[in-house]
Structure formats: structure tokens, C-alpha cells
Design a protein. Structure first.
Length: 133
């Protein structure tokens, strides 16, 4: 797994009162799958895992997602409460290359997310490349 963190933002008024600010971060996980396992089955497993891991998921959706290199994967965005009064937005971009299943999980502060930032994050996910070892 690879974890990337964005720059730590300057504290805002509401952040000064919090113990746990939400920092933008991207986690990339890769695993080999048995031959013949399709993306649909892997997506269903991730959806199930997310529903079990998080209480109170909102705006949960699951849809096809096109990566810049022409690969069609899947995107699962949602939001959920975090701590007292905070909101996390996550975007899970999934792709299958041969038997290599990759999950890119982007976490952002839900209160700071607007349409422009959302579109920028989706473009970032679409352009992410994972170099073979």
C-alpha cells in the first residue's frame, strides 16, 4: 500500500476547536486476483465492506468510472459523519488490469468540498498511474 498526504492546511476558526482535523489523503492498494474474477464481483465485495465498515453512509453511489488511459473501472463516492459535527467524503476508484485489482481511496473534508474541488479530485483519480514493480 502507498499512502499520500496533502499539505496540512492553515487552521480555520472551526478547526481550532477540533482535536482531529481531516487532512486530504490518498491510499492506494493493489492485490492479485484469481484468474476469471471480474470487476463486477470485486466492486460488489468493496460495496459490502464499505456498508459494514461505516454507519450512516450518505450519498452512497456506485457507477462506472473512466480512467485517462482508457480503462473503465468503478467509482464509489459517499459521505459520512466523523466525530462531532464533522463530515468525511470518500471516493473509492477501482480498476482491474489483468489480474491486478487496484483501489484508490481519496478522503477529504466534506465541509470544504465544492463542485470545483470535487471535479479536480476526480480528474486526479482518473489520471493516477500505478507503476508495475
Amino acid at each position: 500500500s502507498v499512502t499520500l498526504h496533502g499539505p496540512v492546511p492553515k487552521p480555520e476558526g472551526r478547526l481550532l476547536q477540533k482535536q482531529t482535523p481531516i487532512h486530504e489523503n490518498l491510499i492506494v492498494q493493489r492485490k492479485m486476483t484469481p484468474p476469471g474474477v471480474g470487476l463486477e464481483l470485486l466492486v460488489a465485495a468493496v460495496e459490502d465492506d464499505l456498508r459494514q465498515a461505516f454507519d450512516g453512509l450518505e450519498d452512497f453511489e456506485s457507477r462506472p468510472f473512466d480512467f485517462d488511459d482508457g480503462t473503465t473501472g468503478h467509482l464509489i463516492p459517499f459521505r459520512c459523519a466523523f466525530g462531532e459535527g464533522d463530515q468525511v467524503r470518500q471516493f473509492h476508484a477501482l480498476r482491474l488490469d489483468d489480474n491486478q485489482f487496484s483501489t484508490l481511496t481519496l478522503t477529504v473534508d466534506g465541509f470544504k468540498l465544492n463542485d470545483e474541488k470535487r471535479q479536480g479530485f476526480l480528474q486526479c483519480l482518473a489520471g493516477t498511474r500505478i507503476k508495475d514493480q
